[in-house]
Design a protein around this ligand. Structure first.
Ligand code: NAD
Length: 335
């Protein structure tokens, strides 16, 4: 099959390298708003570069992978749907709910496939936690603690295009929370702090956030995120029930140091970032997409799943701004 990839930045470069290795992908055509970036990548990995998005559509592909900046996703999803193309798109679909819903309705009207890039659904640790919860091995689940800590802020230019910490970063934790527990979030209270680097204040964003979430069966969860975690890239989920507790993301690369005299040693090679920590999961989600395009499996994460996680992020933004508990049903876009 011939796959087109739009957006050859950080994640697009990684995904292109993965796709190029799959034997089902006969040819890969890459493009970017900065064509020289796409050309350089194509040279490096043996793909073909199209000079523009228009050219890529004109040349014709069997499926599309969208890894451009978030602000470009919704329009590209709509365009691909109208062309009848299956799409893998990095999260999120759009920076706001109207844009997200418009793209989803185009996909529904066209009857095409849209798979979203929530790679934690393909991570071994999250998958095992889901199995433990679903098999009842933890007993009644009462508490979930989720966290995503980036080692350093992204470039300042990324912030205004990102949608902010809840939509850009914590949205992964919200999706994982729903996917692992099989429950819906009904209520959130979110706080955020912009006491760190000034670029967050300038962008109207926060560098650190904490959220309390109530699930529809009464399970309580917390989710925290920061862009300023000097110890390294730390993504964990701790799930406690009446019978047992399991922890996702706890290994000899977890960037934490015990203060106990006989505690475990600090990681000597802490995870540096998402590309290293989640490399196998990114590879597996793209393999799944190739299989979806071949008709060999069902879509593992459609756009409506992404909408559900985005509505929780939107509720957090309202909660932070208005300093109050927000019910997710207050946010438009329920099915
Ligand atoms: N799933 C994950 O863990 C994960 C991790 C990182 C990024 N992402 C998502 O991937 C997307 C890209 O992030 P990134 O970190 O690679 O950003 P980036 O800034 O490194 O790269 C974005 C690229 O898109 C190009 N671009 C922008 N608008 C375009 C358009 N209209 N047409 C074609 N190309 C265009 C830019 O020139 C740039 O090369 C974002 O939506 C982000 O949320 C997801």
């Amino acid at each position: 099959m011939r796959i087109g990839l739009i957006g050859t930045g950080r994640i697009g470069t990684f995904h292109a390298g993965v796709l190029e290795r799959y034997r089902e992908v006969g040819s890969l055509v890459v493009t970017d708003a900065e064509p020289e970036r796409a050309a350089a990548l194509a040279d490096r990995i043996g793909a073909t570069a199209a000079p523009s998005v228009d050219d890529l559509f004109k040349w014709g592909v069997d499926a599309l992978v969208i890894t451009a900046a978030t602000s470009a996703h919704a329009e590209l999803i709509g365009r691909a749907a109208r062309a009848g193309l299956p799409v893998f798109c990095e999260k999120p679909i759009a920076l706001d709910l109207p844009g997200t819903l418009a793209a989803l309705h185009e996909v529904r009207a066209a009857g095409t496939v849209l798979q979203l890039g929530f790679q934690r659904r393909f991570d071994a640790g999250y998958t095992a936690a889901r199995e433990a919860v679903r098999a009842g091995r933890l007993g009644r689940l009462h508490t979930v603690r989720a966290l995503t800590s980036d080692p350093a802020p992204p470039p300042a230019a990324y912030l205004p295009l990102s949608g902010g910490l809840y939509r850009d970063c914590l949205v992964h934790d919200f999706d994982a929370l729903r996917w692992v527990t099989g429950r819906e979030v009904v209520e959130v209270y979110a706080a955020g702090s912009d006491a760190g680097p000034a670029m967050f204040r300038d962008a109207g964003d926060v560098d650190t956030a904490a959220v309390v979430l109530t699930l529809d069966d009464g399970t309580l969860a917390t989710a925290t995120a920061t862009r300023c975690n000097g110890a390294g890239y730390d993504v964990r989920m701790e799930l406690s029930g009446e019978l047992d507790t399991v922890v996702v993301g706890l290994d000899d690369r977890t960037p934490v140091a015990s203060t106990e005299p006989d505690g475990p040693p600090a990681a000597d090679k802490p995870w540096p970032g998402f590309l290293e920590r989640f490399a196998p999961a990114y590879e597996a989600e793209l393999k799944a997409f190739v299989d979806v395009v071949r008709g060999a499996r069902d879509n593992p994460c459609d756009g409506w799943e992404a909408l559900a996680a985005l509505r929780v992020a939107e509720a957090c933004e309202v909660s932070r701004r208005e300093r109050r508990v927000v019910r997710v049903e207050e946010i438009a876009g329920g099915r």
